[in-house]
Design a protein around this ligand. Sequence first.
Ligand SMILES: NC(=O)C[C@H](N)C(=O)O
Length: 352
Amino acid sequence: ATAATTSTTVSTVTPTTTPDKQTNHLPNIKILATGGTIAGSSSVNTDTTGYKAGALGVETLINAVPEMKSIANVSGEQVVNVGSPDVNNEILLKLAKRTNELLARDDVDGIVITHGTDTLEETAYFLNLVVKSDKPVVVVGSMRPATAISADGPFNLYNAVKVAGAPTSKGQGVLVLLNDRIGAARYITKTNTTAVDTFKSVEQGYLGAVVGDQVYYYNKSTHKHTTSSVFDISNLTQLPQVDILYEYQNNGRYLYDAAVAAGAKGIVVAGSGNGSLSKTSSEGAEAAGKKGVIIARSTRVGSGVVSPSTTDAASNFVSTDSLNPQKARILLMLALTQTHDVNQIQTFFNEY
Ligand SMILES: NC(=O)C[C@H](N)C(=O)O
């Protein structure tokens, strides 16, 4: 929804009532709403591109799916209400802190986060690295606004609540639920601009699926996450600046110089092929590396591993394994909150 208007205001979290103490055997699930197309609205029910993202509040989303009451005690909080291109570091920190606060409570069994799909994988991966609990956290979005014929949001939300309440979802890391599939935040990515089946996990596969009334798991993430992650944002008020630069023919080094001048502590390169940089990019990247900036070689290809090179560390370069550039940026920001040592950061990229 490129034409969609969004607001970037970071609103205050409005505390809502605690879910009823376990008077029934249903799980207590908290829905944290952030906006996106799942909260999108248009006056035309065939409009799937020009609608306003982040238009509806969390109570409207919950009230649209009363069926959730039979599978969970659901309550909601509006964290922000924006299109996901406007989710920034401030919102990430606020959302992660609130998620950790809620998960520490005995009366919360799981969290569902409603989110725009454009940058959903970045938020999900960030949470995957900083949530300090093995209780389920499920990030959900939709491709059609709530007002559209065959809107996909309500069923996605219902399924997300079901997954968040399933005992088998514990310890799986942060999950992404759209289109009946359960993806791992580490592996899932948006692959199509508008199609409903846009979230794919091409190389690593989905973790599971929701079919009928059942939640099925088939795989586990092999990467560190949540309770096995060393990253801790509880005392952070900001994250280090990490920018992404894209490789293309005839590029110049001035973008590297500009990023360093603007304060970048890390640069992720969406390299060509297996993380390649042109000679001119390499000059810019190596000059940045000499100033202590970490250069993370990812790829613009969309899938596959960027393999390590023996010359990386000497230039302050790391390779990003199978993390795409936008997820590599998330990990590099968190890595830089702990260390500037290139070898330690490479180890993070191997493990997370
Ligand atoms: N399908 C969506 O949610 C797209 C929307 N532009 C967003 O990311 O907020």
